[in-house]
Structures are given as structure tokens and as C-alpha cells.
Design a protein around this ligand. Structure first.
Ligand code: ZN
Length: 256
């Protein structure tokens, strides 16, 4: 089990370094394939021995080997998140169609979360890629019933759309973007409608807690628009892995 988990971790690190390329290049509309990694400051091509996930960052102490400028800590964080998620999914689903289905969702959640944090936008290309791959994997492996998945897509998208419209009427400005609506619909497809509703609810709770604590720390935090994508991502991830346990606990509390 240890060797397998270690392998999953290493694969997750490698994929994480590709996710970094996506996070950095998709908002710039650059190709994520067919071009070598380069330093964003001096545009110096990074040789392969300085491009080993996580370890290169540690060895170079977070600085570019050429211009010595700081490398964003986002890179090792994304690599670690991706590695940890790969290990969790592997231990949960083994090597199976379901594992492919869900790890694809999680990698996309990581990319969406970081792009949303940095640009406040959720790119359509990532959503389309995710939905398309989800449909294909489900056709091949029957991971989730089509009724569950389609209801998840429709219900999740409609709830978020209604909230976006209501938010606009109430606050007289955009409180939630259409990106969040589309993103929730696609995630709803992967999770099925029951887990989606629960995950959306907790996503809002997380965002609310963050807003309250943010206000305690700095007054201006509340005036900024809070990107909802990262909160939904965290919530979707927790519900994907442990959602059924949450339900059991909830039901047992209700029943006393
Ligand atoms: Zn550099």
C-alpha cells in the first residue's frame, strides 16, 4: 500500500506541474502543450533538471536559477495539492473508471480555483473540457447513472442561476458571476444532484464564514467581490470523498 501511495503521490506531483502550466497559461490564451517551461520574469527556458516538481522549488529556495527572482509559492502548493488528491482518490477508488472520473474533476477544481483567485474568471475552455471528458468517461465506465448526473447538472445550474439573479436584484450589482453558474452545473454532473445540493450549501457557508472573518480582519475585505469558485471547489472536494459520511452523521443527529 505504501509503495502504491508513493507512486500515486509522484504521479500527482507530475500532473500538478502540468496544472501549473494550465493555471499560468490559460488566462493568457497561450498553448499548454508544445512549448518549454520558462521563467515568467526573465523568460529564460527552464532546463529539465530545474523543473522537477516540488524538489526544484526547494533546492532553488523558491528563486529562478537565472534571474534569482522569486518563484510564486503557488507552484509547489498546486503540486502538493494535486499529489495529495491523487493519493486520496487512489486509496478511495483504486485504479478504476470512477477514479479517472473523479480525479479529472479534482484536477479541474484545482485549476479553476487558482485561476478564479487570480483573475476572478472561470475559463469556459476548462469547463467544456471537463464536461466533455466526464461524458466520455461515463459512457465508457458507467460511473454515475445518467439521471443522477443530468439532474445534478440541471438542478445545480438552476439554483445558482436563480441565486445570481436574486443577488443582482438585491445588491444592485453582480454578486455572483455566470462563471460560478456554469461551473456548478458541470460539477453537478460529476457529483449527482444529492451531493451537489449539499456541497453548494456548504460552499455558501464557507464563503459566508470567510466574509465574516475577513470583515473582522479588514473592513475593505467585504467591499471586494468574493470569488465563489474556490469555496465551491473545497466543498465539492470534501463531499466527493466524504459526502456519504456527512449524510449519515446528519441523519443520526436528526434522529437523535
Ligand atoms: Zn528568471
Amino acid at each position: 500500500m505504501f509503495v502504491e501511495s508513493l507512486t500515486a503521490f509522484a504521479i500527482g506531483l507530475l500532473i500538478g506541474s502540468f496544472l501549473n502550466v494550465c493555471i499560468y497559461r490559460i488566462p493568457l490564451k497561450e498553448s499548454v502543450f508544445w512549448s518549454r517551461s520558462y521563467c515568467p520574469h526573465c523568460r529564460h527556458t527552464i532546463p529539465f533538471y530545474h523543473n522537477i516538481p516540488l524538489f526544484s522549488y526547494l533546492i532553488l529556495r523558491g528563486k529562478c536559477a537565472n534571474c534569482k527572482k522569486k518563484i510564486s509559492p503557488v507552484y509547489p502548493v498546486v503540486e502538493l495539492l494535486s499529489a495529495a488528491a491523487t493519493v486520496l482518490i487512489y486509496n478511495h477508488f483504486g485504479v478504476s473508471g470512477a477514479a479517472f472520473f473523479y480525479i479529472l474533476l479534482i484536477y479541474s477544481l484545482i485549476v479553476i480555483t487558482f485561476i478564479d483567485f487570480q483573475t476572478k474568471l472561470i475559463p469556459n475552455t476548462v469547463l467544456l473540457f471537463l464536461l466533455g471528458s466526464g461524458v466520455i468517461i461515463n459512457l465508457l465506465f458507467n460511473v454515475i447513472s445518467w439521471t443522477e448526473a443530468l439532474l445534478g447538472f440541471i438542478i445545480s445550474g438552476s439554483i445558482m442561476y436563480a441565486l445570481a439573479v436574486m443577488g443582482k436584484l438585491l445588491f444592485k450589482k453582480e454578486s455572483m458571476g455566470m462563471g460560478d453558474v456554469k461551473f456548478s452545473a458541470v460539477a453537478g454532473f460529476f457529483l449527482g444532484w444529492k451531493l451537489t445540493i449539499a456541497a453548494l450549501y456548504f460552499g455558501f457557508v464557507f464563503a459566508l464564514l470567510f466574509a465574516v472573518f475577513g470583515k473582522l480582519i479588514s473592513k475593505s475585505a467585504m467591499e471586494r467581490v468574493i470569488p465563489m469558485g474556490p469555496f465551491f471547489s473545497v466543498s465539492f472536494f470534501l463531499f466527493l470523498l466524504w459526502g456519504n459520511h456527512f449524510f449519515e452523521v446528519y441523519v443520526s443527529i436528526i434522529n437523535g
